[in-house]
Design a protein around this ligand. Structure first.
Ligand SMILES: NC(=O)c1ccc[n+]([C@@H]2O[C@H](COP(=O)([O-])OP(=O)(O)OC[C@H]3O[C@@H](n4cnc5c(N)ncnc54)[C@H](OP(=O)(O)O)[C@@H]3O)[C@@H](O)[C@H]2O)c1
Length: 428
């Protein structure tokens, strides 16, 4: 059995999960691969804070040097959130010649280029399985398992908070506000859930995943991002009548003309495998040429699930396996030009809900304008008028370039055929 001393920076939710998991199941790792993993030093902002785990004999302090200056520690578990301070800590570890295992997707999505360049120059590894979809080994699946299969598209549910809120709204008819409050109570959402619900967290993960899947330099500015804050009960109901659920979908698709990248609330038909990924679960659906469709589902967050991915990376790094392969991969060093498709060139099936006055000729006016703009309609449904003589018309299109759809909707709203701005959603 090989003993292996580890440094831990950031004793919060996931840091605590790592200590818990080692205490509970360190023996499993020992049995499986002959490694005795021990966190021997912990650096955290507030060592005195009440915690449920014990430090298990580790020295605990606030000074980074405690870990950086310890020659026995070759690998650091980096579990500090945020971007800039986290990057500085990560770069200090690299400069000290330590391998880094991190769960911090925001830091890597924003500062990944600088961090990976520094790591390559120093000959150390940066492992980040836990940064995307928690316990689900999706980074390893895309990077290693599918290395021989050209990836053409990824559709994924990558934020448990959003998925939980949307599930509760659909299944239990909770309002958005009540579902969010419950997600916070259960510990799925942060006290400040902004970057979960506005789609930023999902985009951080998509940026990392798409880099690996398409060997492309992808930054946050390359991803169109829409959150779930404006999803109404009526949207959920409309989805239901069309045999679909609304999910916050991270999508990347390689087309001959370029790459499509977006995060947006999307109608997922019941027959699509992601429709059944509910509550706080995450799911990733990958299309690739040789392997066909691959689906991964599991716990995308939480102390123990995330710690499981962190320790898998630690095993990869301390056995040397990670450095052997990661030094060959180009996803953080590639400078190949990337052609991103603008929204007008994205090809998707779309949904529109028009609020119209209950007058003759309106339906004909809408279908005329749609066909004038080359929008081919797959289904159309007109609801009963309400007591204010207002009716809804819902349309689902065949897959078509976003440009023609958006201009058609603009024209319909501009011509006064509708009494409210038209609601649109994409459809998987
Ligand atoms: N929670 C999850 O389910 C989950 C899942 C996947 C990925 N992640 C990612 O994992 C990372 C950690 O998440 P978390 O949920 O564990 O966050 P957290 O509970 O806020 O823990 C982070 C800890 O970092 C410590 N810290 C902050 N600034 C520090 C500094 N300058 N030096 C040393 N320690 C510092 C804080 O320690 P004190 O308590 O001592 O102040 C805090 O407890 C984040 O990047 C997050 O996005 C989390």
């Amino acid at each position: 059995v090989q003993r292996c001393a580890l440094g831990l920076i950031g004793w919060g939710t996931v840091g605590g999960g790592v200590l818990d998991l080692l205490a509970r199941d360190g023996a499993v790792i020992r049995q499986r691969c002959g490694l005795d993993l021990a966190v021997t030093r912990i650096v955290t902002r507030d060592p005195g804070r009440a915690r449920t785990q014990s430090a298990a004999g580790a020295t605990v302090g606030t000074d980074l040097r405690l870990i950086l200056d310890d020659p026995a520690i070759g690998t650091v578990i980096h579990l500090v959130g945020g971007t800039d301070v986290a990057r500085d800590i990560c770069l200090a570890c690299i400069a000290a010649g330590k391998h880094v295992v991190t769960a911090n997707k925001a830091m890597l999505a924003v500062h990944g280029d600088a961090i990976f360049a520094a790591a390559a120059a120093k000959g150390v590894g940066i492992a980040f399985e836990a940064a995307v979809a928690g316990a689900i080994p999706v980074i390893a699946a895309v990077r290693d398992g599918l290395v021989a299969s050209r990836i053409t598209g990824i559709s994924a549910i990558l934020n448990g908070t959003c998925n939980y809120i949307l599930t509760r709204m659909e299944v239990d008819e909770l309002s958005y506000t009540d579902a969010l409050a419950e997600a916070q109570r259960l510990g799925y959402a942060e006290a400040d859930p902004t970057i979960d619900v506005d789609g930023t967290d999902t985009a951080h993960k998509l940026a990392l995943l798409a880099r690996i899947a398409f060997t492309a330099r992808i930054t946050m500015a390359d991803i169109r991002i829409e959150g779930i804050q404006n999803i109404s009960f009526q949207d959920i109901e409309s989805a239901r009548t069309m045999g679909a659920r609304i999910k916050l979908i991270a999508a990347a698709r390689q087309r001959p003309e370029g790459l499509e990248l977006r995060v947006a609330p999307t109608l997922v038909p019941y027959e699509h495998p992601l429709a059944d990924v509910s509550r706080n679960f995450n799911g990733i659906h990958i299309d690739s040429v040789a392997a066909g469709a691959t689906l991964l589902v599991g716990q995308g967050a939480g102390a123990l699930p995330t710690a499981s991915a962190v320790l898998a990376d630690v095993v990869d790094v301390v056995t040397g396996r990670y450095q052997l392969t990661s030094s060959r991969f180009n996803f953080f060093t590639t400078t190949a030009p990337l052609r991103l498709l603008p929204e007008t060139e994205e090809v998707t099936s779309s949904y529109a809900r028009f609020q119209v006055p209950d007058k003759p000729g309106i339906l004909a006016g809408i279908t005329n304008l749609l066909s004038q703009h080359g929008v081919s309609v797959q289904s159309i449904h007109q609801g009963q008028p309400d007591d204010r003589q207002c009716a809804t018309i819902e349309v689902v299109t065949h897959p078509l370039p976003g440009g023609s759809f958006l201009t058609a909707i603009e024209a319909i709203d501009r011509q006064g055929l509708t009494i409210k701005p038209t609601v649109t959603l994409r459809r998987l």
